[in-house]
Design a binder for this molecule. Structure first.
Ligand code: UDP
Ligand code: MG
Length: 333
């Protein structure tokens, strides 16, 4: 179903922008200024109501991020702040913001101004056209390093081969309508890979293309280690294919071993060529040892996932919410 099949909505809407921030003091001042300007223009155009908000989610920063948000909440009516009790990671900070935000629709974007804020206008228009989910998709990737580009391409290819629906070159810059947000709440997994979940929601969708710039200031909070673990979560939260592959591998090895035993028995019992050799002892030992370790590793990965899902710990804990018009409250997911 596309936005064209959907019904138009009436402006103005109550819009929420959700911006996760982790140690972003270097860029936050500029981000606040630019997003407030976007909100003021949307308001002047009659697109959004004046109770719309920009929710800055402080994901347990250790620098002046919260002080800046706190200050902005007092100075700017558009700004609201959510402070998490500790660092929960980008995806969970995003959820905390999306689930706390009031409004008819929420747009999530990064704090470092890499996501072109001008795409917000078009996202709002697509929402008014009737889309429940509007994906922000990067027009080009040539700003990225060769490594990031090729690893991203490989990742999308693997995910597609595993049957996971992902929107190419779409990160977490997107608009979600109120009913899409409510549907998202029903997905209770702790290992959350939002960009894999959102296409599962259904609803009318639309796409907005934008150019992704350089990080405005500060440095990336996604070093290689975190990127790899994020990609790994993506694969194992959506597919049992690695488990099935192990079964197939085990079966192949079993058939091979069976054929070998027949041959060995034949050589040992029916011929006089039987010289018990080192190779026939050591080779299967290494081979099987390796395969078993590999299998244990992959199974351990899934058991670890089960373990954290079964515990069902809260995905985020909110310490404070500052939102004029709403008393400061403390609650948890
Ligand atoms: N972020 C967060 N918690 C974390 C790491 C990152 O809220 O533990 C935020 C960060 O402040 C930024 C967004 O997630 O707004 C994306 O992070 P970053 O720009 O560092 O990632 P990159 O663009 O380099 O992939
Ligand atoms: Mg960034």
């Amino acid at each position: 179903m596309t936005a064209r099949d959907a019904h138009r909505r009436e402006a103005p809407l109550c819009l929420a922008l959700v911006v996760p921030c982790y140690n972003e003091e270097a860029v936050l001042g500029e981000t606040i200024a630019r997003l407030c300007a976007v909100m003021s223009r949307l308001h002047a155009d009659g697109k959004i109501r004046d109770d719309s908000r920009i929710y800055f989610v402080d994901d347990g920063s250790r620098d002046r991020t919260w002080a800046l948000i706190d200050e902005a909440c007092r100075a700017q009516t558009w700004v609201a702040g959510i402070k998490l009790a500790r660092n929960h990671g980008h995806q969970h900070a995003l959820l905390a913001g999306l689930f706390t935000a009031r409004g008819d629709a929420a747009i999530s974007l990064d704090a470092d101004l890499q996501d072109d804020v001008n795409a917000i206008f078009e996202m709002v228009d697509r929402y008014l056209d009737g889309a429940d989910i509007v994906y922000g998709v990067r027009r080009r990737r040539d700003m990225d390093s060769v490594f990031k580009r090729s690893s991203a391409r490989g990742f999308y290819r693997i995910m597609r081969a595993l049957g996971v629906r992902l929107i190419n070159d779409h990160a977490d810059y997107r608009l979600l309508s109120r009913r899409a947000l409510e549907a998202l709440k029903a997905f209770r997994e702790v290992n959350l890979f939002l960009r894999g979940i959102i296409p599962l929601l259904g609803f009318p969708t639309a796409t907005v293309y934008y150019d992704r710039g350089e990080r405005h200031a500060g440095e990336s909070k996604y070093p290689l280690r975190r990127m790899l673990s994020f990609a790994f979560d993506g694969v194992t939260s959506f597919s049992n294919f690695p488990l099935r592959m192990i079964t197939a591998l085990g079966f192949t090895v079993f058939v091979f071993a069976l054929a070998c035993s027949v041959w060995i028995l034949y050589v040992a019992l029916l011929t006089d060529r039987a010289v018990p050799g080192w190779a026939s002892t050591a080779l299967p030992m290494y081979l099987l040892g390796g395969i078993q370790l590999l299998c244990l590793g992959v199974m351990g990965e899934y058991i670890g996932k089960l373990y954290s899902e079964v515990k069902a710990r809260p995905r985020f804990i909110i310490e404070t919410v500052i939102d004029t018009g709403q008393p400061a409250i403390a609650h948890r997911d």
